[in-house]
Design a protein around this ligand. Sequence first.
Ligand SMILES: NC(=O)C1=CN([C@@H]2O[C@H](COP(=O)(O)OP(=O)(O)OC[C@H]3O[C@@H](n4cnc5c(N)ncnc54)[C@H](OP(=O)(O)O)[C@@H]3O)[C@@H](O)[C@H]2O)C=CC1
Ligand SMILES: O=C1O[C@H](COP(=O)(O)O)[C@@H](O)[C@H](O)[C@H]1O
Length: 536
Amino acid sequence: MEFPSATKAAPATEETPLNKIKDGILSKSSHLEVRDAVNFDTNTKESTVSITVVGASGDLAKKKIFPALFALYYEDCLPKHFTIFGYARTKMTDAELRIMVSKTLTCRIDKRENCNDKMEEFLQRCFYHSGQYDSEEHFMALDKTLKEHEAGKQSNRLFYLSIPPNIFVNVVKCACTSASSANGWTRVIVEKPFGRDSESSATLTRSLKQYLEEDQIFRIDHYLGKELVENLSVLRFSNLIFEPQWSRQYIRNVQLIFSEDFGTEGRGGYFDNYGIIRDVMQNHLLQILALFAMETPVSLDAEDIRNEKVKLLRSIRPLQLEDVVIGQYKSHTKGGVKYPGYIDDKTVPRDSLTPTFAAAALFIDNARWDGVPFLMKAGKALHARGAEIRVQFRHVPGNLYKRSYGMNLETNELVIRLQPDEAIYLKINNKVPGLGMKLDRSNLILHYATRYSKEIPDAYERLLLDAIEGERRLFIRSDELDAAWSLFTPLLKELEEKKVVPELYPYGSRGPVRSHYLAAKYNVRWGDLGTESHQA
Ligand SMILES: NC(=O)C1=CN([C@@H]2O[C@H](COP(=O)(O)OP(=O)(O)OC[C@H]3O[C@@H](n4cnc5c(N)ncnc54)[C@H](OP(=O)(O)O)[C@@H]3O)[C@@H](O)[C@H]2O)C=CC1
Ligand SMILES: O=C1O[C@H](COP(=O)(O)O)[C@@H](O)[C@H](O)[C@H]1O
C-alpha cells in the first residue's frame, strides 16, 4: 500500500513561531507558539523552575514522571534553569535517587545521539529530600534546599502530587505554607482520583482551595495529553469535511472503547475502592466524549474550551442502571497458563463486587446529538490492549447500488485509534477494480508510524510541559469535575446500594456477553469485534 508522502518542513523564509515572538505578534491561543515563547522568555529573565515530585519513590514517579521530565530535557523543552527534587518518606541519597531514576530513562528511538551524556546531565539536576507528608518542618527544610538551588533567581515551583489521594491535602497545606515560591508562581499537579463521588470530590476541591487558587491547581487526566485526543479538535475544527457531518443527521452512534489485556495485579488495593467506572469512564472516556461532542469553542484558549466541555457534560442525560452492564474477570487457563481472577489478588476481598469492566449507553440532550447513542466500554483483563473512538455513520439514503445491483452497502465508519499504533481511518465502500461492478469495504488511512517519522511523545511529557508553561487547556477545571461526578455518582450509588453483581468473564476474553445486548438494544454492534487492522 502506498501512503501520500510526508509534508515537508516549512521553508526558512516562512513565518516561524520564533519570528513571530520576536516580532511581538504571538497569539496566546497558538499552543506551539506559546511553548517556544515560554522558553524564550524564561531564558531571558533568569528565572528558575523547581519541580518537586512528591511520592518520588512510587510507581508513577518511576514509570512516567521522571522519564517524561528527561524526555523534555532531551528535547530542550525545559527552561535553562531548572531543578528536580524527589520528595518522599523513604530514606535515599541524591545518588540513590539518580540510580533509581536512571533505570527507567530511555531515549527516543529517533534521537539517540548523545543520549548517555544527556542522561548524565539530567541526573545531575535531580536531587532528593526525605520527609513526612504532613510535616511543615520538613517542607521548610525542603524550601531551604530549593532556595539554595535557586541561587537568588526568581523562583517558580511546581509540585507534582504522585501520592495516594488521602494525603493530597496534607501535602498541599505543607507545601503552600512552608515551601511555596516567594517571588514567582507555585503550581500543584494533582493526580487522579479526585474523590470517589460528587461529595468527596467537592470536599477535596474545597480543601485544596483553602491553600490554592483554582488557577494553581492542575488536575491531570493523562488521556488529555495523548496525541490523538489532542488532535480531536484539530480534526473537527480545521477540516471542512468533518464538522458538517458531526451530528445526529449523519452519525448513527459513537463508541468509546478502552481495553487492557492485563488485570489489576499489584494495584488491587487501590482498584477495589474505585472500580473501572471511576478509574477510566468517569474521567478518561468522559473527557474524550466531551471533546468529541462539544460545540465549537470561541477560541482555543483554555477557558473557552473548558466552557464548551462543561456545557456538553451538563447536557448528558442522567445515566440509567438499565443502560449499564458491569463485569468482573475470573481466572482462566489458556495454553497451559493460568491467569488469575480479580478476587485471587490477596488485596481484594473474596466477595468483592467491584467491576473491572463496564459498558454504558449515554445520550446527550442537545440539538446536535439528540437520540444518538454514545456507547462506552472499558475493561481490564480483556483479549487486547487498546483505546479508540468509533463513529458509525447512517445508511446512504436511496441506496442506488441496492436498487441497481442488489448490493447491501456497509455504512461508513471513522475510527480514531488512540493507542497502540495510532491511526485514523475511514471505512468506505469502493469499487473493486475490474470490468464488473463489485464493491468492497476499504479504508482511507492515516497511519501515524507510516506518515510521521517523529516518535509520539508520552502524554505526561505534554502535560508536564503545559503545567510548567501555565497552559491549562488539558487540565480539568473544578466545574468540569463536578459535572463529571454529577453524571456518575447516582449510578455508582445505585450499583453499590443494590449490590449489583457483575457478570463474570474469563481473563483474556472479550468481556461480558450482556454488553452485546446493551448495544443491540440501541441497534448498535460494537465496532471492535472483528479482527480488522488499519490495513485496507
Ligand atoms: N501508578 C499508575 O500507573 C497511576 C497512578 N495514578 C495516581 O498517581 C498517584 C501515585 O500513584 P503510585 O505511584 O502508583 O502510588 P504508590 O502507591 O506507588 O505511592 C507513591 C508513594 O507514596 C507513598 N505512599 C504510599 N502509600 C502511602 C500511604 N498510605 N501513606 C503515605 N504515603 C504513602 C510512598 O512513598 P514513601 O513511602 O517513600 O513515602 C509511595 O512510594 C496516585 O494518586 C494514583 O492513584 C494515576 C494513574 C496511573
Ligand atoms: O488512569 C489510568 O490509566 C491507566 C491506562 O493508561 P494508559 O495510558 O496506559 O492507557 C489504567 O491502567 C489505570 O487503571 C488507570 O488508573
